[in-house]
Design a protein around this ligand. Sequence first.
Ligand code: WTA
Length: 634
Amino acid sequence: MIGRIRNLEDYTVAYRTSVNEPEAFWAQQAESFYWRKKWDKVLDWDFEDYNVNWFKGGKLNITENCLDRHLLERGDKTAIIWEPNDPKEPNRTFTYKELHSEVCKFANVLQNNGVVKGDRVCIYMPMVPELTIAVLACARIGAIHSVIFAGFSASSLSSRVQDAEAKIVLTSDGAYRGAKTLDLKPIVDEALEFSDSVEKVLVLQRTQAEINMQEGRDLWWHEELAKADDQNAAVETDSEDPLFILYTSGSTGKPKGVVHTTGGYMVYTWYSFLNVFQYEENDVYWCTADIGWITGHSYIVYGPLLAGATSLMFEGVPTYPDAGRFWRICDKYQVNIFYTAPTAIRALMAYGLEHVELYDLKSLRVLGTVGEPINSEAWHWYHDHIGKNKCPIVDTWWQTETGGIMISPMAGITPTKPTYATLPLPGIQPVLLDSEGKEIEGKGVEGNLCIKFPWPSMIRTTYGDHERCKQTYFSTYKGYYFTGDGCKRDEDGYYRILGRVDDVINVSGHRLGTAEIENAINLHSAVVESAVVGYPHEIKGQGIYAYVICDGDMVEASDLEDIKKEVIATVNKAIGPIAKPDKVQIVRGLPKTRSGKIMRRILRKIAEGDTNNLGDTSTLLDPSIVESIKEGAQ
Ligand code: WTA
């Protein structure tokens, strides 16, 4: 059965086949694509000494499958609709033919500037069509794109550019975000001060802000484009050649570059897009994510274009010019499938129904969520007021590392249950493990979510450091991919994600490592040590609570309020606004065990306001610290 699942029976059959005969199952799906040469072997794998190959030996170019393949049948169909930040600015649309020609042109621009197969291209841009074009142009010439969310600071950008040893950076003068105009190019300039690998910077004009162009390094996008031809023969890649790097936070150290390769990623993003959303040929599909995150990669760019869909891209924010913007856009383009994050739903819920009731929303057929657990209240609001009780909600669980949706209902097919991601997609074999690493069988159980068999779009390595990939994902439980999430399997066999079990915080659907935020806080000269935990936040899902020890010699009691503000500003500068602590508490010490380990469990409880139930504190070096922290809690 290629591609489509139409009912529960199809799902059951597809699932069973995918487990019993995974290679035959995925080979069949892969037949949908244009391969210059078929693969030698569907799968070989080793979860002990981690190594996975899908469709190895297969030769292809993913953009031939996203674009060229559609030209005959869908050349004049709209591929991309772009809605600008300012609703008064004209929108832009690209048919498949037009997108193909723009991608070819930009591929030529990259090649004219010396970019060749295997080179890394860092992209730091707003949500404009040129971003999608740039991503695809990299893929067309076999260069590895690394998109960096344009909300990251110069220092975050710099460390990513350096880690990837990028040859070229693509950016714009600035960006519009709601009522704000942001400068991007100066951030790139600052980030590149310490980079030796970057030879050129291509700059798109978006805000017309005055910027510096560095002689010999910086080039204007439009000038380069004017010199480029619109024909470009796609470069042949192997299935297992890297397609992109995307940096993501983990529980330790600096963000790691998750590497995805070409063939398996292509097959899986297409397959999951079709089935989860039950996409139909003339649907208008809108995913509100930013292409700086994995959701944008897999479900704005690759999945939809591989399926020949019309994918809407939005430059702005949900609350500009008012909190009805999403719904106005849904009506304007008659959106059929709408995919967003729980944090956006909660934020819009708080603005009240008057912003929803102005719109008809009749075109909507399927709703989706991603990025964090959705609470029951938000689920019902979304279902009742946006979906008008008739649109199934697909609560899709997955990760940057998984490349595509792993556990989710198939829209309108799998009976849904609020707050449950429900059942695994075909090809995905989840298991729950206990702390000893034993599989927990049966129903009505909880454990650590692992996957026991490879799937085509899984992470291949962490860029430049394969050992770290093995350590992070394949060492906690031998022979399994460990997700870092806790999970419940209920009486119906449905999965419900309970949240991270490691030191990762999920703020508004953005993943942040506590160590990363602590390192940023510690950059402040008056800070001696800090500890960061997540706590429940009504809109963001989780908020960031920072406990900070200051150097007594440097800080007067009267300065404490200023210090808190400076700590927040320091994080903003080091990582970006998404990582700013919501609460900062200055403490005289942290609850440490005799071996010097911070007992985060206690800090989490205090941050949650659950101070009566701190559990055993007897192993602490100085239990009185806990009392003093409790007194100062916010
Ligand atoms: C969380 C985003 C509950 C989870 C695609 C995971 C979710 C992390 C859901 C990955 C969901 C994602 N329900 N939790 N539907 N989707 N998560 O890498 O903790 O940015 O491990 O990928 O987000 O975040 P990432």
